[in-house]
Design a protein around this ligand. Structure first.
Ligand code: CP
Length: 313
């Protein structure tokens, strides 16, 4: 069995060493293969989603249930957030009530600093996505999905395609894939490219790289983060033809290449409808992997909180 890490919080992948990331991936793979999780006797968790979510929210819930956590429901619409309570005061309250872990998704980048710097808040924080900053658990599940397929990263050529500027998934993944030695290409509208990404890879036309990539990682067009001008700049059909994974581009992929997308998918924009579940697609597999890496993250935090419990066989 892989050693269980001890993490006080899980905030960004950048903060983790390569060894720590590999340990979490290996643990996720072990749990997926049926290894029994470490189940503490009693622990409490609350999932605070200030932005909408299906995959992250629900896969954390499944992971929490599998580790016998007591989930204390939190809905922004019925909480004192509606009376103007700040995120800090909400988490301060949950900490006082004895919540061990808060999984938080928030629109503000780096929202977690005041929470982890507080001397009063004792709750561990898991970042479920901070604005356009990072989405570290998505990064881990993407890394696990790639690792399951290729068993390494350094010889891989990966295209990250689409709405790069607004994507926290892209930001987390480009940092880690570059750190692990992959060759990265960035494809998509030039308007949504940021020259800051040059340190991780090169901007390219999707048609120039599609036949040489091992992984074609598509990104969701983030309509909710666009200005009216950006929204008006492409029709869905234009976007798909110029930047999306069309059936023609899919045919050009190498036999062993895989297609990824964090989802939710805008079908017939980023990817042709019929390709979402095509043989090279790992979109559904990555969603499944999300449960296992999130179990590995929760185990690591519970171990640091001295709630290691017994291995239940
Ligand atoms: N991939 C992802 O983060 O999906 P959700 O927004 O549904 O959580």
């Amino acid at each position: 069995m892989t050693k269980i890490l001890r993490l006080k919080h899980f905030l960004s992948v950048e903060r983790l060493s390569n060894q720590e990331i590999f340990t979490l991936i290996q643990r996720g793979i072990e749990l997926k293969k049926g290894e029994h999780p470490i189940i503490p006797n009693s622990w409490f968790v609350s999932n605070l989603f200030f932005e909408n979510s299906t995959r992250t929210h629900k896969s954390f819930e499944v992971a929490e249930e599998r580790l016998n956590g007591t989930i204390i429901p939190f809905e922004t619409s019925t909480s004192s957030v509606q009376k103007g309570e700040s995120l800090y005061d909400t988490v301060l309250t949950l900490s006082a009530l004895g919540i061990d872990i808060c999984v938080i998704r928030h629109s503000e980048e780096n929202y977690y600093y005041p929470l982890i710097e507080s001397k009063t808040i004792q709750t561990s924080i898991i970042n479920g996505g901070d604005g356009t900053g990072q989405h570290p658990s998505q990064c881990l599940l993407d890394l696990m999905t790639i690792y399951e397929e290729f068993h390494q990263f350094k010889d891989l050529t990966i295209a990250i395609c689409g709405d790069l500027r607004h994507s926290r998934v892209a930001r987390s993944n480009m940092m880690m894939l570059k750190r692990f030695g992959a060759t990265l290409y960035f494809c998509g509208p030039k308007e949504w490219y940021d020259p800051q990404f040059d340190i991780y890879g090169s901007y390219a036309d999707i048609d120039d790289v599609i036949s040489k990539v091992d992984v074609c990682m598509l990104l969701r067009v983030q309509h909710e983060r666009h200005t009216e001008e950006e929204e008006a700049s492409f029709s869905k059909e234009d976007y798909h033809r110029q930047f999306g994974l069309t059936k023609e581009r899919y045919q050009k992929l190498q036999p062993h290449a895989i297609v990824m997308h964090p989802a939710p998918v805008n079908r017939d924009a980023e990817i042709a409808d019929e390709l979402v579940e095509a043989p090279k697609s790992r979109i559904v597999e990555a969603m499944k992997n999300g449960v296992y890496v999130r179990m590995a993250i929760l185990e690591a935090i519970l171990a640091a909180r001295d709630k290691e419990g017994e291995k239940v066989c």
